[in-house]
Design a protein around this ligand. Structure first.
Ligand code: AMP
Ligand code: MG
Length: 488
């Protein structure tokens, strides 16, 4: 067995010290032939792990769950959740938490193997994952991180040497996910429905200590917990909207308490600006469409508040009042963050009342003329009025003049405004056709070079360098809209 002093693992298991009802002690199911496909060198190093050691056969065995590092306490977490509005019991059906790595800087993160075999929460599932979706999560979560959006991270992907059966036979894989924690709105819903109020309080205290130590001493600390989660989600969802990210499955079990994006099943980035965009094949009603994300965020937070009610006040009516008061802040906070972000995308530093109309006018024209979301802001940043439908219109010329006048009314120079735009408008996003191309080469040909190049380019989305142009081009238009899938 590899010793921790060689690999750098340094586990603590604070979650495992919660009441027994919050988890089931479960080992990963060993796999036939683990092989390391990709390792996140930078992330590994920042966590105090030894990259060379982890690239050896021992590393593959660790990331496959065939070997358990010293100090780990493998478990599957219990949680519930509203899935497309319907409440059910869930839990880690195909994931195992090894424990919390405490980095040399004292940072604590969950280390979870996803696709590691059946658990007591698997229901009918096989507990496994296929290579394509695990690489997809790796690519997109790391792209999100580089975009400056809070997210779970991806440390490694291994193939298992075993097939998984979906519609066809696919190569099996396991992703090592790194997260500030895996506490979800659904974890609290589980506690509220199936635990005691004492256990719910223990969970809330745990979340406070782990994520919001600054408010732990507040008079009503559970109300502060609600408020802080509302704040983080209002920041997170605004960031999604600003880059055109569509999560695709905003069930309450897929909303974290830490404010990190989690669950990269059916997510995708929008190309053409259309607020009704939805990619997920099962989201027939468009519940999780781009424009609904802030609304659904608020809905999920209301479910979180409901779960916390017994802790907010001993009198239920009072508790509801307190919760409603905090929940009503979400829309304002979200809107404030979104507007601030949009101003930055247009190089605007100060505030004028008419800014929102200026922004809305642009978005409306983008929708009408089917402009690409990312490339429109990139073109404005680079002052390259490419020959697109939008830029050819007299309305746009008029808008551009108004925008330039607006920039002229602030103290900061046009150069400073442009710097702000460069920092706020990514050139590179994980475009659907590029992601698909990388996955196809990996899964069908065992060629990982396309994915490696893509991951490298995505790690620097605000560079605005000359060699990135290739990754900004749009797919040849297809008769079929892009579709993504859940439960893969
Ligand atoms: P998700 O759609 O990834 O948020 O997953 C929803 C629920 O289904 C979670 O409880 C997962 O653990 C579970 N799940 C997804 N895929 C599988 C699988 N292949 N085997 C067992 N459980 C699964
Ligand atoms: Mg999930």
């Amino acid at each position: 067995m590899t010793k921790n002093k060689e690999t750098g693992w340094n586990f603590d298991n604070s979650y495992a010290r919660l009441p027994q009802s919050f988890f089931a002690s479960t080992n990963p199911t060993p796999v036939r032939a683990p092989k390391l496909i990709i390792l996140n060198d930078q992330l590994a190093t920042s966590l105090g792990l030894n990259v060379e050691e982890l690239k050896s056969e021992e590393g593959a065995a660790l990331f496959a769950g065939n070997e358990i590092p010293e100090g780990a306490f493998p478990l599957a977490q219990a949680y519930a959740g509203h899935q497309f509005g319907h409440f059910t019991m869930l839990g880690d059906g195909r994931a195992v938490l090894l424990g919390e790595q405490v980095s040399p800087q004292g940072e604590r993160v969950d280390i979870q193997l996803k696709g590691s075999g059946r658990t007591p929460y698997s229901r009918g599932g096989d507990g496994r994952a296929a290579l394509g979706p695990m690489l997809r999560e790796y690519i997109i979560s790391e792209a999100m991180h580089a975009l400056g959006i809070p997210t779970t991270r991806s440390l490694a992907v291994v193939t298992t040497g075993e097939p998984v059966y979906r519609e066809t036979e696919l190569p099996g894989a396991i992703l090592t996910r790194v997260a500030a924690s895996h506490l979800r709105v659904g974890t609290f819903q589980y506690a509220a429905n199936w635990s005691t109020v004492d256990d719910l309080r223990i969970l809330a205290d745990y979340a406070l200590k782990r994520h919001f130590p600054d408010v732990e001493a507040n008079e009503n600390r559970y109300l502060s917990l609600l408020q802080e989660v509302i704040k983080r989600q209002a920041e997170l969802i605004a960031k999604w909207q600003l880059v055109g990210f569509i999560h695709g499955v905003m069930n309450t079990d897929n909303m974290t308490i830490s404010g990190e994006t989690i669950d990269y099943g059916p997510c995708a980035f929008m190309d053409v600006y259309d607020p009704a965009t939805v990619f997920s094949s099962i989201d027939i009603q468009g519940r999780y469409a781009y424009r609904n994300q802030p609304l659904i965020g608020g809905w999920n937070l209301a479910r979180f508040a409901e779960a916390l009610l017994p802790l907010l006040h001993e009198d239920q009516e009072q508790a509801i009042k307190l919760a409603e008061d905090k929940l009503s802040d979400f829309t304002k906070l979200y809107h404030h963050n979104w507007l601030a972000g949009m101003r930055a995308k247009l190089g605007i530093f100060n505030e004028e009342t008419e800014d929102e109309a200026l922004i809305e006018n642009l978005l409306q024209m983008m929708q009408e003329h089917q402009a690409d979301y990312t490339n429109t802001f990139r073109a404005l940043t680079l002052d390259q009025r490419e020959d697109t439908n939008l830029f050819r219109t007299p309305e746009f010329t008029q808008w551009h003049k108004q925008w330039q006048e607006r920039l002229g009314r602030q103290q900061e120079s046009k150069a400073a405004a442009n710097e702000l735009m460069r920092r706020s408008n990514p050139a590179i996003i994980p475009r659907n056709h590029r992601v698909e191309e990388a996955l196809k080469a990996a899964v069908e040909q065992g060629d990982y070079s396309v994915m490696e190049r893509l991951v490298a380019v995505l790690s620097n989305p605000y560079a605005h360098s000359a060699d990135e142009a290739d990754y900004c081009t749009l797919p040849a238009s297809s008769a079929e809209p892009y579709r993504t899938f859940c439960g893969t």
